[in-house]
Design a protein. Structure first.
Length: 397
């Protein structure tokens, strides 16, 4: 079942329904006003007006609490709270003490939508208004003790929840900023490396080209030697650039695991991943070739991308195991989550491309729904023998 992360607005109808249900559970305390309308002995006109007032109050309260934000005191928010407080007082004075419970919801709404600097004054003000109305309503004093504490504590509890939401949103933004800074740093590092690789070679090519140009009229043999040197330097520079670019394009398991941790945490998914020492034990002990490790890293990247974008999962576990099979030692990467696996009946382009990439490395891919979510298993041959039975890294799902 997909859930709504703290500080995240609902992304689909299912999440909106879940949030509406959690918000609506607390409306059970409106049973007193409902009972008063049904059994209070009011006239038909009063009952109709009472139902209209209650429905309007609940709708207004729901729109305020359901909103996701940082607690900004906009005129609409302040006006809505004033209207809710006035409506609560009017209904309580008109229909009786059972309607005093509405002030509890006004206090909670104040804590949920107002900034802390304002809610610390608004909640006591609502509690004071509740006290004044209760003393003015016949029999309201008997209800005061049972409503004043929930109104006061419930309002301040919601300020804590709102601060938690604000902090979570700020943390997500900070993580996104850190990821952007890391990408910028990587681009700068690539620029520096290319400068170091090509700066000397291009300078040498330029110098020898100028020298060959001056030698051409009178010293063709020496000019030809300079041209040959230019060709050799150019070829070596091309080899260096290809090696550098290949190194940047080839993912590593350690880097992909670090990226998976950041991506899953930012998406509100509980991550269960192998640690760096355990990863070094398995990959290092197996003597895995760069191409083999790269294939597993691509598999991990594709799996985590699917979890974050499509699955709606709340938990994701990654396991890397070295096993001995009849065909020889293999490395097995297992990524399992408790989500839906995304929409669609067949494999997507990502899984198709991943299957082809693993096949080139002599491996296989299995992916599909399991009883509690979605499971992806990528296997590649290991170049060094491994103990039978496997040595697991991380926790399985």
């Amino acid at each position: 079942m997909s859930s709504v992360g703290i500080g995240q607005p609902p992304r689909n109808h299912r999440q909106r329904l879940i949030k509406a249900v959690w918000t609506g559970i607390w409306l059970v305390y409106l049973s007193a006003p409902v009972s008063d309308l049904v059994h209070g002995g009011h006239s038909t006109g009063v009952v109709v007006l009472g139902w209209i007032g209650l429905v309007v109050f609940v709708a207004w309260y729901g729109m305020l609490v359901f909103r996701t934000g940082r607690g900004e005191a906009t005129p609409l928010v302040l006006g809505s709270l004033v209207v809710l407080a006035a409506q609560s007082g009017l209904l309580a004075l008109s229909l009786g003490r059972e309607w005093l419970v509405l002030f509890v919801y006004v206090s909670i709404a104040s804590g949920a939508v107002l900034p802390l600097r304002m809610s610390r004054w608004a909640i006591p003000a609502v509690s004071a208004l509740l006290t004044a109305i209760a003393l003015a309503v016949p029999g309201g004093k008997a209800y005061l003790a049972g409503l004043l504490i929930p109104a006061f504590l419930g309002g301040f509890a919601m300020t804590g929840v709102r601060e938690l939401v604000r902090t979570t949103i700020a943390l997500r933004e900070a993580r996104a900023t850190v990821a952007q800074l890391a990408a910028n740093e990587e681009r700068l590092r690539l620029a520096r490396d290319l400068h170091d690789l090509l700066g000397h070679s291009l300078s040498l090519i330029t110098l020898k080209s100028e020298l060959a140009g001056r030698m051409l009229p009178g010293q063709p043999e020496k000019a030809a030697q300079q041209v040959a040197d230019i060709e050799q330097v150019s070829r070596q520079a091309l080899v260096d650039v290809r090696e550098a670019v290949t190194g940047y394009r080839r993912p590593r398991l350690s880097g992909e695991l670090a990226g998976a941790q950041v991506a899953l945490t930012a998406a509100g998914v509980t991550a269960d991943l192998p640690t760096e020492p355990d990863l070094a034990d398995v990959v290092g002990a197996a003597g895995v070739a760069e191409e083999t490790e790269s294939a597993l890293a691509w598999a991990l990247r594709e799996a985590i991308t699917n979890v974050v974008r499509h699955s709606g999962a709340r938990r994701c576990a990654v396991e890397l195991v070295r096993r001995q099979t009849l065909d020889g030692p293999v490395l097995e990467l297992v990524v399992e989550d408790d989500g839906s696996g995304g929409s669609g009946d067949g494999p997507g382009n990502g899984l198709t491309g991943l299957t082809e990439r693993l096949e080139k490395a002599g491996g296989t891919l299995e992916a599909g729904r399991v009883r509690r979510g979605f499971r992806l298993v990528a296997r590649v041959p290991a170049e060094a023998p491994a103990d039978a039975g496997g040595h697991p890294v991380g926790s399985g799902a």
